[in-house]
Design a protein around this ligand. Sequence first.
Ligand SMILES: Cc1cc2nc3c(=O)[nH]c(=O)nc-3n(C[C@H](O)[C@H](O)[C@H](O)COP(=O)(O)O)c2cc1C
Length: 360
Amino acid sequence: MVKRYQDFCAEFGIDVPIFGFSHSVETVAAITNAGGFGVYGATRRFDHEITSELAQIRDMTGDRPYGVDLVIPARIPAENNRAAMEKDVPQEHRDFINGMISKYDVPEPSGPGKRTRFIRSQEIISAQVAAVENSDVSIVALGIGSPPDVVARMKGAGKVTAALIGQERHAEKALAAGADLLIAQGYDAGGHTGVVGTFSLVPRIVDMAGDIPVLAAGGVATGRHIAASMAMGAVGVWLGTAFLLTEENAPHMSENQAQSLIDAGAIDTVVTRAESGKPFRQTRSAWSDEWAAPSAPRPLDHPLHDVLVGDVLGAIQEHNNKPLAHSGAGQGVGWFDRIRPTADVISQLWDEAKTVMAQL
Ligand SMILES: Cc1cc2nc3c(=O)[nH]c(=O)nc-3n(C[C@H](O)[C@H](O)[C@H](O)COP(=O)(O)O)c2cc1C
């Protein structure tokens, strides 16, 4: 049976069934204030930063709901010890990165990049989980994997727990762990992504989920996509790419990163392991091209790959390097070609969705 998005919105305290993922506090608040549900991507933030940034979002949103997203991979080191990991980076990989730095003239970064500020480790993640548990967010989304102990803790703290799903096996695990909301994220999506397209994934996950609500993600870029998502049985949508070119998010990107998004269409994104060691969709650039060359080394496993690339990725952004500039982005990126207020993105999406649903 098709679930009514109106009931879902009432239950979650939102006006429109649009969830927006962002790494920017201002963008998250703007999504929530526009009647959607803003979710703060906090996986690269220290626990004390999470505490203060969630409090900032609360200050900006009054009593409206917002959420936070953490990524908890299955295999990570126990400790936040970069020096110990550096020893495992092969010389071939260091030479490759140093070659790119000199070929594209990338100056030194002023500090570690976002992937090297800390090592994704049990030590860091358990502090992040505690910060989120003690915050007042209403939803906690788990990006890769839904560890049953974390789901139980979050539920115990009264939080709705959402799980990103890329294939049926993920849904089985998330449902068994007790997730309250599933986000079926298809291949089209920006950032880390799986192999099943959104159209093939969403109805399957809706069927598996029973009474648990499902949001559709990956390539949702217009009101037509929202209407289609509802027709597939989703109660709403979850978007990331749509909120990159917004006035609130633009200050967090380099100019060339923003330009790479403005210029990109669907065929200008690639899935590469060059960003993190795991498949990640981003705008194509010399960064992804160099890693795809036959002579390039294979990307390392995650999170060792972070240790290799974190600083240079930070430098590419900090120094506004043009050939290597890229951004995580989904195949729907072509619908977003200018920087505008987040509230405009939401209202355009929802106005079109309502029109299309009325016409069907
Ligand atoms: C730049 C970027 C970074 C992302 N980082 C994360 C992340 O840290 N955790 C997560 O759960 N999802 C992350 N995502 C995926 C989004 O949550 C969302 O599922 C995805 O953007 C939806 O597809 P779309 O990009 O086509 O809208 C990221 C997406 C983008 C574009």
